[in-house]
Write a protein that binds this ligand. Structure first.
Ligand code: MTE
Ligand code: MO
Length: 372
């Protein structure tokens, strides 16, 4: 009879699941291993969370938030740390899950309300942590498989992850203390060494996107391998520069400038990096007009922010706000490494600001408007 057969095999499956903890007795399933891997995982998540908050703050600044224009490389470093700590966390999280996984199948599911709460929080923690690492990894690979707007959800779930990590650490503190105090013997030491090696390989494989010295050994560094990468090409953005292109500068007064007009103004050259939120970064030499000079020319007082508009009509990056802190050191660049800008890098002109995420370095600029 089919029903009885199904029942028998279901029962068999349940028995086998219940036996799992006893049957998989690897020496790695041990609190001394878990606590050591957990310590580094906690550090990686902490770094990732703080640098992520920072990046989010710069892109969506609340009124109290300020971010300086220098040192020019600071965002390059913080976003590099964000991406690298996230990448390193992947092998650490897998090792940690492996070291506790017989516990994940423990029966009964809940011994008490408190026990149920603890197990529930571990489910939330693992789910949120995996979600953050996987969506982040896909973002680094510039693969947006999902339909949702990545930053909003990545940001929201980060709070869930960090919150449940804090609860988890608080609940497990006695076990963590005991685990870290316990000594480590041969096979457990081997498991830990393999884990550190995995984390090291993940680091080196990715670090080339932002650490020039590691470029040649990094499999993920293809985007910065040759000169300055292009995030979105002019063709992909549907850019056609009109024959009579002029830059509009709107403040207390108005100004309209041709490319020749812009080139006739005092030019400044600066070595500045583009640091993409996706992790890659590369430095280049930019030449152009200081935004502050243009603001002076239309009579904008000191301390004014600027709204930058691109020829690109739609899309998330078609406009950006340049805060007052950045106007003095930001260029409306006309040249890259001494050559006229190529269409892909923003011809006729683009914003290049120090210490800001790549997404705010608006290309194909057509209009600057003083923010009242
Ligand atoms: N108008 C516009 N500007 C833009 C973008 C865009 O899609 N549209 N992409 C931004 C992103 S995400 C990055 S990282 C930088 C990359 O600049 P690059 O292509 O010159 O290296 O441009 C920024 N400026
Ligand atoms: Mo970017």
């Amino acid at each position: 009879m089919p029903t009885a057969g199904a029942r028998v095999s279901l029962k068999g499956l349940r028995t086998r699941l219940e036996e799992l903890p006893e049957r998989f007795t690897s020496p790695a399933h041990d609190e001394r291993v878990t606590s050591r891997v957990g310590r580094w995982l906690g550090i990686a998540f902490g770094l990732c969370f703080v640098t992520g908050l920072l990046s989010h703050g710069i892109q969506h600044p609340p009124s109290w938030f300020g971010w300086p224009a220098g040192p020019v490389w600071l965002y390059r470093v913080t976003q590099g740390v964000h991406v690298l700590s996230g990448i390193v966390a992947i092998p650490l999280l897998l090792a940690k899950l492996w070291s506790v996984y017989p516990k994940l199948f423990e029966r009964p599911l809940a011994r008490s309300a408190l026990h149920a709460l603890e197990r529930g929080s571990i489910l939330v923690l693992s789910g949120a942590a995996l979600f953050e690492l996987v969506t982040g990894l896909f973002n680094v690979a510039q693969n947006y498989l999902w339909g949702f707007y990545f930053p909003t959800l990545h940001y929201a779930v980060a709070w869930v992850a960090i919150g449940s990590i804090l609860v988890h650490v608080a609940v497990k503190l006695p076990v963590i203390r005991r685990g870290l105090a316990g000594s480590i013997d041969g096979s457990r030491r081997r498991f830990l060494r393999t884990t550190w090696l995995g984390a090291g390989v993940a680091f080196v494989a990715t670090a080339g996107v932002t650490v020039p010295l590691l470029r040649s050994v990094s499999v993920l560094s293809w985007r910065s391998a040759r000169g300055l990468p292009v995030n979105r090409t002019a063709a992909a953005a549907g850019i056609e520069v009109p024959a009579g292109w002029r830059l509009e500068v709107v403040g207390p007064r108005r100004m309209s400038l041709s490319l020749a007009d812009l080139a006739a103004l005092p030019q400044t050259t600066a070595e500045l990096p583009i640091a993409c939120v996706e992790g890659w970064s590369a430095s280049a030499s930019w030449t152009g007009v200081r935004i502050r000079d243009l603001l002076d020319a239309v009579g904008a007082p000191a301390g004014t922010a600027v709204q930058v508009y691109s020829l690109e009509r739609s899309g998330l990056y078609s406009t950006s706000t340049l805060p007052a802190t950045h106007t003095a050191a930001t260029l409306l660049a006309l040249r890259l490494d001494g050559e006229e800008l190529t269409p892909d890098h923003g011809y006729p002109c683009r914003i290049i600001a120090p210490n800001r995420p790549g997404v705010l370095q608006t290309k194909w600029v057509t209009r600057l408007e003083v923010v009242a």
